[in-house]
Design a protein around this ligand. Structure first.
Ligand code: 13P
Length: 255
């Protein structure tokens, strides 16, 4: 597999952190530190921060994403935000299927698929998250499980649309726990995801699809994870809130 065939992407997932003023400051602090990045840099932020973050990131190499979107265009869905609404603000990316959405908000593979299709239809780029829970890893079903999550999430998605999809492998047991997958574990599952994409769309699409790792990636362990042949970047939670740490990860990815 040739890593040069695909984009390396470091994305921050701020989760439910930072009010709009804090968000503006965080982007302003991050911008100069990543200005020379030789990889794509994205920050995915709470909905209420988008206006300030888009303004702060304008003209820089920092791209902006949201953390979720609904699958309907509009309607009686109290508390939800549509992909079109995000697009109308010039948001470029959206995270879909994060394990916290699956775990706490009843997200299923089927609703993930609906959201992916809606996001693409609105012209957004998607960071699709898949990953196993600890008991699933212990049962030895990790690769089958992420393959299934990937296949269902991509149901009805065309070859052409795959250009607008990044997949993030995020083992649930590694998220926010300080327990990182070993670089071998990360690479093994990332490769399984790539092979699943290749099964669905052919080898060229598999080779061209960015597959990130996420789960306690930080300034200290990023270089080793990112050196793996099938780890094409990272989806970063906690460390993305610390400008220097986030910048260290970006420079590790820029090598
Ligand atoms: P942490 O980096 O805090 O473990 O979070 C990872 C994650 O969930 C990114 O989406």
């Amino acid at each position: 597999m040739n890593k040069a065939l695909r984009k390396v992407v470091i994305a921050g997932n701020w989760k439910m952190n930072k009010n709009p003023d804090e968000a503006k400051k965080l982007v302003e602090d991050i911008k100069p530190l990543v200005a020379n990045a030789n990889c794509d840099v994205i920050v995915c932020v709470p909905y209420v921060d988008l206006t300030n973050v888009l303004a702060a990131a304008a003209g820089s190499n920092v791209k902006v994403g949201a953390e979720n979107c609904h699958w309907e265009v509009s309607g009686a869905y109290t508390g939800e935000i549509s992909a079109q609404m995000l697009k109308s603000m010039n948001v470029e990316y959206v995270i879909i299927g994060h394990s916290e959405r699956r775990q706490y908000f009843g997200e299923t593979d089927v609703t993930v698929n609906l959201r992916v299709k809606a996001a693409l239809a609105a012209g957004l780029k998607v960071i699709l998250c898949v990953g196993e829970r600890l008991e699933q890893r212990e049962q030895g079903v990790t690769c089958e499980l992420v393959a299934m999550q990937t296949k269902i999430a991509l149901g009805g998605i065309s070859d052409e649309d795959m250009k607008n999809i990044i997949i993030a492998y995020e083992p649930v047991w590694a998220i926010g726990t300080g327990k990182t997958a070993t670089s071998e574990q990360a690479n093994e599952v990332n490769l399984a995801i790539r092979e699943t994409v290749a099964q669905l769309y052919g080898k060229a699409v598999g080779d061209a699809t960015t597959v990130q790792y996420g789960g306690s990636m930080n300034a200290a362990n990023a270089a080793e994870l990112l050196a793996q042949p099938d780890v094409d970047g990272g989806l970063i939670g906690g460390a993305s809130l610390k400008p220097a740490d986030f910048a260290t990860i970006v420079s590790a990815a820029s090598k």
